[in-house]
Design a protein around this ligand. Structure first.
Ligand SMILES: [Zn+2]
Length: 477
């Protein structure tokens, strides 16, 4: 034992929840040099180690949020990185930015980073990251290569905002699959919408072998096409029919986020925003949006140095008018019953149909994974171990992180402490370093998770990085 590292941190007396081993017991976790050194009862800490007693708290493998937005928007309206503190405050230790650009992600981490691990997917936006909305297979592959070489781990299709044809969508998925890059999809093509009809296209888009991460399943079960209960049942059936080839998540927040942008004729551009208006019988026009905001159904996202907040009523209409409709918007369209059912749904063999809980938050003010998962535990919808499975173990497997998502010797010492009485995360560690205590982010910077192709670019970013292999993702297993 003489040449092995000595524990520098020992977390004692927490209820340790490790889904990988089925452990649910009060144990001590010793950390040395950024990794977990030992897990056991009554660990004898060396005098040099910091000891933290966690009576009454739960300890889960660090929360991994597979769907956040921390890179700012591509129009530069939102400050890059503004959400990096929020995700850490909410208990995350690793996040995946679902669709942005590497330069913005890097700039945000340097300016606002709070110590989390960050992986990013490249956003496919015609006119910005693609020449137009009908890219050739060669263009798609060049775009993917450029994204991977910049340090991103794959691509994200924003079907509810910038939809492609069925053929182009299928080709983008195929290109990512060929390279075993990560690929996430907010469903919807030019022939469907950001609704259940978008999900119905998945079998055709994936063909025999296609693989994809389907984002926020709850967003397609808002009752736009069928009664919500029927949409939930059909969405689960589609996922089940593609078992082993899709991974998916739900978020547990009521508000959604979209954009208010209207075209020169006064029509709302974004399919997501149009769906929200239709759900309450508003016209899908600039005036319809103004009325929805005045009625306090729609809210406008306001940016301040401390983060983003929601403004509704007349003050919201004012912001909307001042920005000539170019605002982020939110509607309370996500249903609690839908989120609950999609989160809890299991196969006959006991495995979850939807792999993970993710926030789709970050900069958006709804980083509620842990709070809401605890509510589900209180209600009996999840056991504490299942909660840890959905918040960390499955997310680690989704992106192919084999040293995260588990509490065991040799694993990365990424850990999240939850106070079940207060109903939230109260402490977390990344590689054994404390990054959050009592809801305050106390870390800085961040570690990039990149693929092998991104190493040469990452050497120039001035941030620590780690090479991961999305080919080890559940997507490709
Ligand atoms: Zn999103």
């Amino acid at each position: 034992m003489s040449d092995s590292p000595q524990p520098d941190l020992v977390l004692k007396y927490a209820r340790v929840l490790d889904p990988s081993s089925g452990t649910d017991a009060v144990l001590d976790v010793a950390v040395a040099d950024g990794s977990i050194y030992a897990v056991g009862g009554n660990f004898d800490a060396p005098g040099s180690a910091e000891v933290i007693e966690l009576h009454g708290n739960w300890l889960i493998p660090g929360m991994i949020d597979t769907h956040v937005h921390v890179g700012g928007d591509l129009d530069g309206v939102t400050d890059p990185g503004i959400g990096l503190r929020s995700v850490v405050q909410a208990g995350a230790t690793t996040v995946v930015d679902l669709g942005g650009r590497m330069e913005q992600l890097v700039a945000g981490i340097k300016q606002h980073g709070a110590g989390a691990n960050v992986a990013g997917l490249g956003m496919l936006k015609p006119g910005v990251t693609l020449p137009d909305d009908d890219p050739s297979p060669a263009t798609v592959r060049n775009t993917l290569d450029t994204a991977l070489m910049s340090g991103l781990i794959g691509l994200k299709m924003w079907g509810g905002y910038y939809p492609f044809s069925m053929d182009v969508t299928a080709d983008i998925i195929a290109a990512c699959n060929e390279r075993q890059a990560y690929v996430a999809f907010h469903v919807g093509t030019k022939s469907s919408g950001s609704r259940l009809d978008g999900m119905r296209e998945l079998p055709a888009l994936l063909g025999e072998n296609g693989r994809v991460h389907v984002a926020h399943i709850n967003a397609y079960c808002r009752g736009s096409i069928l009664p919500p209960a029927e949409e939930i049942a059909e969405a689960l059936q589609i996922l089940e029919s593609l078992r082993g080839r899709v991974v998916s998540e739900v978020h547990l927040a009521r508000p959604n986020f979209t954009r208010g942008e209207c075209d020169e004729d006064g029509n709302v551009r974004m399919d997501v925003a149009r769906n929200c208006l239709r759900l309450r019988d508003y016209e899908t026009t600039r005036d319809g949006l103004r009325r929805a905001i005045a009625d306090q159904y729609g809210s406008v996202v306001r940016q301040s140095p401390s983060g983003l907040s929601l403004v509704t009523g007349e003050a919201g209409v004012q912001l909307f008018n001042d920005a000539d409709s170019l605002v982020g918007m939110s509607f309370p369209v996500n249903r609690a019953d839908t989120a609950f059912q999609l989160t809890a749904a299991k196969r006959a063999d006991g495995s979850f149909i939807v792999d993970a809980i993710a926030s789709d938050a970050g900069s958006l003010p709804r980083n509620v994974n842990i709070e809401q998962a605890l509510n589900m535990v209180r209600f009996g919808g999840l056991t504490p171990l299942e909660m840890a499975e959905k918040l960390s173990f499955n997310p680690a497997r989704m992106i192919g992180l084999d040293k995260k998502g588990r509490i065991g010797a040799g694993m990365d010492a990424d850990l999240t402490v939850i106070d079940p009485k207060r109903g939230r995360a109260v402490m977390s560690f990344v590689a054994g370093q404390m990054v959050m205590i009592d809801g305050r982010a106390v870390g800085s910077g961040g570690r990039l998770l990149i693929t092998e192709s991104g190493v040469s670019a990452a050497n120039g970013y001035g941030l620590p990085f780690e090479v991961i292999d999305p080919g080890k993702s559940l997507l490709y297993s």
